[in-house]
Design a protein around this ligand. Sequence first.
Ligand SMILES: Cc1cc2nc3c(=O)[nH]c(=O)nc-3n(C[C@H](O)[C@H](O)[C@H](O)COP(=O)(O)OP(=O)(O)OC[C@H]3O[C@@H](n4cnc5c(N)ncnc54)[C@H](O)[C@@H]3O)c2cc1C
Length: 361
Amino acid sequence: MVGASVAYRLAEAGAAVTVLERDLPGGGTSATSFSWTNSNNKPPRTYHDLNVAGMRAHAALRAEFGDIPWWHGGGSLEWEFDEPERRAQRERVERLRAWGYAAEWITPAQLREIEPDVSLDAVRDAPIAYFPDEGWLDPVVFAHAMLAAAALHGARIQTGVRVTNLVLEAGRIAGVDTAGRGRVTADIVVNCAGRWANEAVQATELHIPLAPTIGFLVFTPPVPGRLRRVVRAPQCHLRPDGAGRLMLHRDETDEGLPRDIRPDPRSPEALDLVRRAAQILPGIAGVLPEAVRIGFRPYPADGYSAVGPIPGVSGYYIVVTHSGVTLAPFLGRAVAEELIGGRDTPELAPFRPSRFFKSAG
Ligand SMILES: Cc1cc2nc3c(=O)[nH]c(=O)nc-3n(C[C@H](O)[C@H](O)[C@H](O)COP(=O)(O)OP(=O)(O)OC[C@H]3O[C@@H](n4cnc5c(N)ncnc54)[C@H](O)[C@@H]3O)c2cc1C
């Protein structure tokens, strides 16, 4: 998602862009993402604002593209059972409101009206929080649309081309080496390889510290139902995933999973998630998981985005981040404005990769 968005905005701004993608667009983490567009719990304020800018940039694409079939608005719903979590939720809702973010409490009757399939038994006596400006996204559809738009501006999209190293000449990155396609020269290399960002770079002094975390996603087959929104409940998190399928996730399931776990739809974890989802949507009782996908969140080591040049070399810029689904359209524009327009993006000031390279100044 991130590379496709960056490519589009650079090409639109007049750069001669070549996209080198090892696989197909969507071959990376963007295809194994819960893809909830939000700034729901992203302190501090600077990171919250960055994610809000991402949400706004998604909405703004409608004016530009007309149809944005990859984006699904309608908000998200959330409730908690235990008092410590409820207290944290109340405090978060208050903080979000104070920051001008749409956050409301709705009644069970209102929940029934907007999501009639959700069982009120699954909510018990919990207060229900509603975040109307949030949504979810089809990342691969978005990536394809951005690359198609980039191609209209002359970008060359080369798939099945793996970058093996940066070409470093006298302190300047002059291009990349690839497996099988030789050397590609460039004035500027923008590394958008997500959690693989360091693998394309042999000079370890140019690596950024990454701390990816595992995410376990379960998919149902198409099921009869009307769910439209992201639901985050103590039982599990769920959202529609197109054609009647549901995507399920639970933070507690991720915790402690081995990194080499095989994605097995008959695994106890997958069966447990569908059982939990059926408590929220009784209409899916008895449904078996159709697929499991394992993703790794591309967190830079401190959890925040890393967007900008790497100290000590010129001609090189990285864009590696968690929440990349939310942030991609904003980052695309920002990177193009920085690299082509020569304007710094104030929102990115706290998120420069240079924070990881203190000794390099
Ligand atoms: C379980 C899970 C849940 C998540 N939930 C959310 C969420 O709710 N909301 C949200 O905003 N974010 C969420 N995220 C994070 C979000 O998915 C990522 O931040 C985002 O997908 C990163 O996009 P990207 O384009 O940077 O990386 P990727 O999608 O990984 O793209 C990198 C691309 O680079 C290519 N590549 C890699 N190495 C090379 C190479 N050497 N040469 C050429 N090409 C290469 C890959 O094939 C890939 O296509 C979640 C992530 C996970 C795993």
